[in-house]
Design a protein around this ligand. Structure first.
Ligand SMILES: CC(=O)NC[C@@H]1CCN(c2c(Cl)cnc3[nH]c(-c4cn(C)nc4C)nc23)C1
Length: 286
């Protein structure tokens, strides 16, 4: 869709709409196909009256400007947008593999190779964002999608679009919040490094490290850094070492993105192309 004459913006008539992929407070995401090129996209529909009601024009505009400007293999592309009287339509890259979260829940946990590859991809995407002074790409699992080659795509949804096929275990969880967040202290991009530690743990063990019955207990476990590694599944010492260097209370002491990419566990286990051979991915789904 890039080769479009900028004078003739898209309109709804340019697309055939497919099944809903996800829905949320501000609208839904549909599978769609551009009629002339047959190019498949994800079309996110946001209702203007919702934006007016919550006074979110600026946030949405900033979100769209940021997402349009980001070009990275692990960040879902925003190709463009158009609107009609009552809706705004975002033309997004379609991730054929769906939600990484689905793969995690189906398998219980990921292999060390998969986990290291995804942590490496996330670190590269975040380093790219920080290089462009963009922080807080919201990297909780439901914002992580997979393309047809199993490559990770951060689909940062400031608009909390819940996918239709998700068990509602994620909404409202504290699990991914860093201590400085839950203690309402000021935070910067070191929060993302904390979240990488949470995700690495969850990829390897199947659940986030500070999970508890109540939000209050999760809060207490986070601020205490109440971290323990169950004996099963048997996770390598290097992996536990990386997690322990990320889930550190003092933000300035957390491993930097560069150091994460150079960590022995990542160097040894991450697939450099960030993708899996389809066979390996298929086998991991069996
Ligand atoms: C909470 C949240 O934002 N989740 C992701 C949104 C819902 C689907 N969205 C997609 C977006 Cl924006 C882009 N590509 C997608 N691919 C899928 C998908 C593919 N399969 C086989 N199953 C699914 C689901 N979904 C998308 C965005």
């Amino acid at each position: 869709p890039d080769a479009r004459d900028p004078e003739k913006p898209f309109s709804l008539a340019d697309f055939e709409i497919g099944r809903p992929l996800g829905k949320g407070k501000f609208g839904r995401v549909y599978l769609a196909r551009e009629v002339k090129s047959h190019f498949v996209v994800a079309l996110k529909v946001i209702f203007k009256e919702q934006i007016e009601k919550y006074k979110l024009h600026h946030q949405l505009r900033r979100e769209m400007e940021i997402q349009t400007s980001l070009r990275h293999p692990n960040i879902l592309r925003l190709f463009g947008w158009f609107d009609d009287d009552e809706r705004i339509f975002l033309i997004l890259e379609y991730a054929h593999g769906g939600e990484l979260y689905g793969l995690l829940k189906e398998n219980g946990h990921l292999t060390e190779q998969q986990a290291a590859t995804y942590i490496s991809s996330l670190s590269q995407a975040l380093a790219y964002c920080h290089g462009k002074c963009v922080i807080h790409r919201d990297i909780k699992p439901e914002n992580l999608l997979l393309d047809h080659k199993g490559r990770l795509k951060i689909a940062d949804f400031g608009w909390s679009v819940q996918s239709s096929n998700k068990r509602k275990t994620m909404c409202g969880t504290l699990d991914y919040l860093a201590p400085e967040m839950v203690e309402h202290r000021d935070h910067d991009h070191a929060v993302d490094n904390w979240t990488l530690g949470i995700l690495c743990y969850e990829f390897l063990y199947g659940n986030p490290p500070f999970e508890a019955e109540s939000q209050k207990d999760t809060f207490k476990r986070i601020v205490k850094i109440d971290l323990s590694f169950p004996p099963q599944p048997d996770v390598s010492a290097e992996a536990r070492n990386l997690i322990s260097q990320l889930l550190v209370k003092d933000p300035s002491k957390r491993l930097s993105l560069t150091k994460i990419m150079q960590h022995p566990w990542i160097v040894k286990n991450a697939d450099p192309k960030g993708t899996f051979s389809l066979l390996a991915l298929t086998l991991s789904l069996l």
